[in-house]
Design a protein around this ligand. Structure first.
Ligand SMILES: Nc1nc2c(c(=O)[nH]1)N[C@H]1C(S)=C(S)[C@@H](COP(=O)(O)O)O[C@H]1N2
Ligand SMILES: [Mo]
Length: 571
């Protein structure tokens, strides 16, 4: 069987350790974000003048309203803050540091998050991702006169906004997003602990219901442009307290939970809740939380600037309550650091993508891999099957494959070799005579779309029983008939543990019919605790190996080599 290896391995290509724009997907710009209300699409840019108009009207209304006697007495009864005993003082150093790390990481998280979204620039409330049913898109409608893959759909972003801006750079953007998330969660956890150890939580957690009427008073004051005194060294006003509470204790945890719920390993374990609050709902909420953060940052920064900049910066950046300039100086230095990192992130990523991949793997890859311990167990019903299942990837184009397809794959043989006791060559008819397993499962593409389909095929457990991998075999390599996007054979590596799951099958049927060539005929993998790119289509051969360092560029698969993905992708 070693001749098969000699046949296949040289057809893999070595990937570059830099992003070569000449070989990458050519740029394609989307459109300004559109929101669908009923059957009509609205350009969200209208929100800018509309928001401005509403703000001006709001000021006029607030100025009138606060003259009304009953409002006056309401505002006298609820002055805009509550005086309760407190057990903290000022702004300690740990708080200033946590605040800086938070803002520093949040910029990167948001930029990389928008980049991830640009890989499938549509958001849905339904789980099927059927074109036309999205509620938000920043791409044109899906063309209906040709095959339109998820990769075709991805859009370019300006390099200062996305990291790294170029189309379909989700592999790199995810390393940034997840690595910074991890550091952000660590920072946040330390922040939570310190808040409660030092009594500083009393600044940001409401302790009486009066926080609501008091917030109304503050809102009327600010909106009517008569700012209350800034007492933040001692206490925040009620509206500030409430908005910080929502940001720290609602928005941040919601972002974490809805982020995790988009990964197959976790979504597959949530049972009815996961079927109801599915990946697309989680993804939409995740996006809305990001919008909240952006709005919060804008309003927060504006308020810091217009309610006494020097004093505010002295509090939060220097931890002092005086009229000196130290807060401003530290803030200026901090902003220079943010600006340098902001400017460097995209060029660094394009010039050293392999380093970004390695750093990400080091920081967060092991943690993502841990969720593979959970075996996938989620199954759907016939009613859940998606009417449209996005296709993805580069179609096979070789004469050899076309000849096989022409004969309905009658001449197809699956070759299994490497570290196995019984190497095998199995025809499609033989595969179909083996035990058949049916499953209705959700497919999670790394780009963001998902879809439910019924798959049927041979359980990988059965194949393992036939070929008997040797004890040192740790990985299964799936070689495809098709090339990857930059040329060279598409392949992907799975840990052998994944091959033993009860839902891992070699599928030859999709939704009750033979799998179409578009979706991977004659045979494609289903391994339900991993993302879509690991479900190799058009399988030509499977090799069992001890290590994959010498295969391709050694990263564990075609997209791992060429697009800098991680090879364990349960999230
Ligand atoms: N050979 C091969 N298999 C592949 C791909 C590819 O490009 N080549 N794309 C992967 C990706 S990114 C996804 S999301 C799924 C898509 O499967 P589908 O076309 O059936 O939706 O196939 C995976 N398998
Ligand atoms: Mo994918």
């Amino acid at each position: 069987m070693s001749e098969i290896r000699e046949l296949l391995v040289p057809r893999l290509t070595h990937a570059d350790d830099r992003v070569r724009l000449s070989k990458w997907l050519p740029p394609q710009w989307g459109v300004a974000p559109r929101i669908r209300i009923g059957a009509r699409w609205f350009n969200t840019l209208w929100l800018l003048p509309l928001g401005f108009a509403f703000l001006i009207i709001g000021v006029a209304v607030a100025q009138e309203v606060r003259q009304i006697p009953s409002v006056k007495s309401f505002m006298a009864r609820y002055p805009g803050y509550t005086v309760l005993p407190v057990h903290y003082s000022g702004f300690p150093l740990w708080l200033c540091c946590a605040h800086f790390f938070n803002l520093f990481l949040l910029f990167l998280i948001i930029r990389a998050g928008i980049q991830i979204l640009a890989d499938h620039p549509r958001l849905y409330w339904n789980k099927h991702c059927t074109p036309g049913t999205e509620w938000l898109r920043f791409q044109h409608p899906v063309p209906s006169d040709r095959i339109w893959t998820a990769k075709d759909d991805s859009v370019t972003l300006p390099g200062w906004l996305g990291i790294p801006g170029i189309r379909h750079s989700i592999g790199l953007a995810r390393w940034w997003h997840f690595s910074c998330d991890f550091l952000w969660v660590l920072n946040g956890a330390a922040f939570y602990v310190m808040l409660f150890l030092t009594g500083q939580w009393e600044r940001v957690v409401p302790r009486t219901w009066a926080v609501f009427p008091n917030s109304l008073t503050v809102a009327i004051r600010y909106l009517s442009l008569q700012f209350p005194a800034n007492d933040s060294w001692v206490r925040y006003d009620s509206l500030q307290l409430l908005s910080y509470f929502v940001t720290i204790f609602v928005a941040a945890p919601l972002a974490i939970v809805t982020g995790l719920m988009q990964g197959p390993a976790i979504a597959n374990r949530l049972g009815w809740f996961g079927r109801f609050f599915h990946r697309q709902a989680a993804r939409s909420v995740h996006f809305l939380v990001m919008c909240y953060f952006v709005l919060f940052i804008c309003v927060h920064v504006m308020m810091v600037f217009i309610t006494g900049l020097r004093g505010n910066l002295n509090h939060m950046f220097a931890g002092v309550d005086d009229s000196g300039n130290e807060g401003f100086i530290i803030f200026a230095v901090a902003m220079v650091i943010v600006a340098i990192v902001w400017a460097a992130a995209t060029p660094l990523t394009l010039n050293h993508p392999r380093a970004v991949q390695k750093a990400g793997r080091f920081l967060i890859g092991w943690l993502k891999g841990l969720s593979e311990w959970w075996d996938p167990n989620n199954q759907f019903t016939e009613r859940d099957i998606s009417p449209h299942f996005w296709p993805n990837g580069t179609m096979p184009a070789s004469e050899e494959f076309n000849a096989l397809a022409h004969n309905n794959f009658a001449g197809y043989v699956l070759r299994i070799y490497g570290l196995v006791a019984n190497p095998a060559s199995i025809s499609l008819a033989e595969l179909k005579a083996m035990p058949k397993q049916e499953q209705i499962t959700e497919h999670f593409c790394i780009q963001g779309w998902s879809g439910v389909a019924k798959w049927a095929g041979v359980p990988m457990r059965h194949i393992l029983g036939l070929v008997k991998p040797q004890p040192q075999a740790r990985y299964a390599v799936f070689y495809s008939f098709a090339e990857g996007a930059e040329g060279g054979r598409y392949y992907d590596v799975h840990r052998i543990e994944n091959m033993r799951h009860h839902l891992t099958i070699l599928a030859y049927e999709m939704n009750g019919k033979p799998v179409s060539v578009l979706h991977g005929a004659p045979l494609r993998l289903r391994c339900e605790n991993e993302l879509g790119f690991k479900q190799v289509k058009w399988i030509e051969a499977i090799e069992f190996v001890e290590d994959f360092a010498s295969i391709g560029s050694g990263q564990g698969g075609y997209n791992e080599d060429h697009e800098f993905y991680g090879y364990r992708m349960p999230i």
